[in-house]
Design a protein. Structure first.
Length: 172
């Protein structure tokens, strides 16, 4: 029973690591970066932003900013808001997407938001881990593997290794 719990814990850890390994860094605006009239580009259209991903805003440091606000301040381009949820000024800003829901950003330089330098995205959760498979029927103990499995850098490799380890542990 203890081996079964350890195996399930191992699989849960592997899925958590695999989720992190698949996180994306999105360069806002692609090659054009964060710029005037950004909202008119449709950059976020068709993209799926997930918890664990990051946004990288790149822009000339002395010309723009990135401010995260709520829906009302976003709609009004309220650059004087006291309700900033985040503010970045470096010209090479990384914003973690750490929870599901809508996120609203604009440039706080006067006139820039009104001129379309704004972005809204919808972040989706990573989803629940799949339910564990039912315990297999008792079988004759298998020989232990000749060498310990190694983990690769791909999500598929991690899942394959987790499956192999789980099968070996449950066989005992």
């Amino acid at each position: 029973m203890a081996a079964h719990r350890q195996a399930l814990l191992f699989v849960a850890v592997v899925f958590a690591v695999a989720s992190l390994a698949s996180a994306m860094e999105w360069k806002v605006g692609d090659a054009g970066g964060w710029r005037a009239q950004f909202n008119k580009t449709g950059w976020a259209d068709g993209k799926t932003f997930r918890v664990g991903d990051t946004l990288r805003f790149m822009y000339p440091k002395d010309n723009h900013t990135v401010i995260q606000v709520g829906r009302e301040d976003f709609a009004a381009c309220n650059v004087q808001t006291n309700n900033k949820l985040g503010a970045w000024y470096s010209g090479n800003d990384v914003v973690p997407l750490d929870k599901p829901g809508k996120m609203w950003f604009f440039c706080s330089v006067p006139g820039h938001c009104d001129n379309g330098m704004k972005l809204v995205i919808d972040v989706v959760g990573t989803g629940a881990a799949p339910a564990p498979a039912p315990a297999p029927a008792p079988v004759e103990p298998a020989s232990p593997p000749s060498s310990a499995p190694t983990m690769g850098y791909t999500v598929g490799g991690a899942v394959a290794v987790a499956g192999a380890v789980l099968a070996s542990v449950l066989a005992f």
